[in-house]
Write a protein that binds this ligand. Sequence first.
Ligand code: F6P
Length: 550
Amino acid sequence: MAEITETSEWLSLEEHFKKIKNIHMKDLFENDIQRFENNHILFDDFLFDYSKNRITEETKKLLISLAKSADIENWRKRLFSGEKINFTENRSALHIALRNRSNKPIMVDGEDVMPLVNDELSKIRKLSEDIRSGSWKGFSGKKITSIVNIGIGGSDLGPSMVCEALKPFGSKGITPYFVSNVDAADLSQVLEVCDPETTLFIVASKTFTTQETMTNAFSARDWFLNTAIKKEFIKNHFVAISSNLDEVIKFGIHSENIFVLWDWVGGRYSLWSSIGLSIAIFIGMENFEELLAGGHDADNHFISAPLEKNIPIMMALIGVWYINFFDFSTLAVLPYDQCLAKLPAYLQQADMESNGKFIGRNNEKVCQQTGPILWGEAGTNGQHAFYQLLHQGTQIVPSDFIMPINSNYKLGNDKNNHHNILQSNFIAQTQSLMTGKSMLAVENEMKNEINKNPDLKGLVSHRTFEGNRPTNSILFKSLSPKSLGRLIAMYEHKIFTQGVIWNINSFDQWGVEYGKQIAKLVLPQLESKQVTKAFDSSTNNLINYINNNS
Ligand code: F6P
């Protein structure tokens, strides 16, 4: 298969780019009063407005052709059918099965996985109900009030982000905590506020060998036994989620307290699985199943909507347009809802661990840029941190603005309504980033000041905004388990689509292994405190400096 960059579709886009790269969106809107109507997709209450992008109808046509040249329609089928598209690990990528509310069979190695999925969901439901009802007791007879999820990466970011986002749906009698960093501060600060008699630890690790997670899990077990004394009490306070049952048993977790994860579930796509146990306990199984239903809605949309009316497809193509033709290499995710403050961090793993690749499916180095550097912050906080760069920086940052129209929190009155103020900022930012403000407009604004003090004319350029900074706007009625499920799954499928266009495997993560290997070589040098010469001069001196000052 020819490199995507050698296809006629790609070459046509390169020609098209030369023609339209300097067009200002302001002019596109002025020349087409229907621009919004022609450049948005409404899926139930999920509005995706992509009209504030540097695209024309011709651009869209060429991008859709590019997606077709990458055979995206067949790749979608392969993803959903359970084909082992994660070819470097010979695995399927079947996170869609975890939320397959239709229960239609999905085959892996000739076996329908849905009975396995449903069995696991029943186990999750039972534990959720037992903890929430108080029928599950700690070793001293008290009910569980703290859930401590010990995991990292996909075994942390998803549950942590969802529990934060859906706090209004959470049980008031149960507090979820998330420990991920091997830095003792993370676990220590949680243990300081937990009681061994009323805490359930969830050790979440697909491999059950991840250094940070196992270090934290053993320390948590020591902390617990320091009070409980008897190992038999571990059964009341530790459960595990893993695909490595041997290691779980070795750790000392009771076989009835093990939740399984299959190899066809990637870590960063696993919140829909038993990794979501902390979510189901905190918000309840009905709400967890609503989250799954939202993901399933997005799956149905992705697999069936025509490409030009397909939200993940259009998100992906617009991203390719900026990354590969405009050379805009980052993507800002800006959720205007404080409950979604952890969404950017979650999507960092989802996107950057999926598409931060430089080798293609042909085992050769790719010929184009791949995954964007994804970052972001909740609005309006970001406006007081980095929007200066978004508006007047030399680097243009395509941004996804996301907002539930109705907040789960009510404060203020008609005149001083928090949510109206938040909404006004959301709208104002996307509008001003698009239009900018001309020198003439600034001069008019400053007319009186300049008349009084002509020196101020030098300020005009500083207060000018070029605009033409592209944004997507995503709106939905409210932040609920279902709307959050839809949002997350839309991004998963956007990431998958970009991976298909770049012809890379979005489902492995060999890049995280090398650092871990080196860390295993460095650790003994730090433990021995001996002067080391094993590495380069920087590394040797850093190790020696640490040893001399620890
Ligand atoms: O970051 C590397 C990684 O393997 C992620 O893909 C994964 O989500 C995380 O580490 C944790 O892995 P595990 O669930 O096996 O502990």
